[in-house]
Design a protein around this ligand. Structure first.
Ligand code: HXC
Length: 258
């Protein structure tokens, strides 16, 4: 086994960049890699200095799925009791904004990981798919649900039943990715979006993320209640006072995070 870290982590001011780093296996998401990713995500989620997180992949893949070799001989009981898949929910539970910079294959669990992020930027070389059907299983980390919300039932059904992949441009045309960038500018575009978000009030960002997420995860009635609760709550923050005062005084706001 190589001594290379499975996840390379770097911090640029208020932005943390996490690079999935098993390029020789197309960043197949082994249990160790996922644990490593979760550890970094939760560490940065708890770090007040970090305002946005970018996930990308080393080499020619974002991630080509869960590690098939690690699952091939598993029993259902092992899959259940190891928490191997269940712990992926912790990725979707990160409160800070997470941007996926998808540089190549985003297949199976790799596509599901991208869909757990809040914004998906794709390079022209990206490919998205849920090819689990080709190996006798189905998506297990949200693919049948999140892909269907993103693409609609017919496109999602075709992808999940045939295992066919779609290009970055197709994904963008149908709402699975925010936009497509040339490979050489993908990370800079992710940094630009992350910097823009990092300049906002972190409280407002967190509560906005929670409310938008609620649209996909709850009923409209519940989502509206969460939105309204968060809206009211922000009037308790110094950042709301500062943001509105700065507007009235025609100057840039200086958000403190309180
Ligand atoms: C383990 C993987 C892998 C994976 C690629 N590799 N994907 N290993 N798990 N998901 C390894 C290959 O075994 C190979 O290792 C090396 O990466 C390079 O891959 P190649 O196949 O040689 O590359 P290429 O011919 O370019 O084909 C690229 C590919 C293909 C089309 C992406 O690798 C592929 O189809 N991968 C599997 C995609 C998939 O089925 N994903 C879903 C997994 S199931 P060696 O040692 O041979 O060089 C899943 C379930 C999620 O994600 C459930 C919830 C979490």
């Amino acid at each position: 086994m190589s001594n290379e870290p499975l996840v390379i982590s770097s911090v640029e001011g208020p932005i943390a960049i996490l690079t999935l780093n098993r390029p020789q296996a197309l960043n197949a998401l082994s249990p160790a890699l996922i644990d490593n990713l979760i550890r970094h995500l939760e560490m940065y989620d708890a770090d007040d200095l970090i305002r946005a997180i970018i996930i990308t992949g080393a080499g020619r893949a974002f991630a080509a799925g869960a590690d098939i070799k690690a699952m091939a001989n598993a029993t259902p009981i092992e899959m259940l009791t190891s928490g191997m898949i269940a712990r992926w929910a912790r990725i979707a539970a990160i409160r800070k904004p997470v941007i996926a910079a998808v540089n190549g294959y985003a297949l199976g669990g790799g596509c599901e990981l991208a869909m757990m992020c809040d914004i998906i930027l794709a390079s022209e070389t990206a490919q998205f798919g849920q090819p689990e059907i080709n190996i006798g299983i189905i998506p297990g980390a949200g693919g049948t649900q999140r892909l269907t919300r993103a693409l609609g039932p017919y496109r999602a059904m075709e992808m999940v039943l045939t295992g066919a992949t779609i290009s970055a441009h197709e994904a963008a045309a149908h709402g699975l990715v925010n936009r497509v960038c040339p490979p050489e500018t993908l990370l800079d575009e992710a940094r630009r979006v992350a910097q823009t978000i990092a300049a906002k009030s972190p409280l407002a960002v967190q509560l906005a993320k929670e409310a938008v997420r609620a649209a996909a995860e709850t009923t409209v009635r519940e989502g509206l209640a969460i939105e309204l609760r968060n809206f009211y709550l922000l009037f308790a923050s110094e950042d709301q006072k500062e943001g509105m005062r700065a507007f009235i005084e025609k100057r840039a706001p200086n958000f403190s995070g309180r």
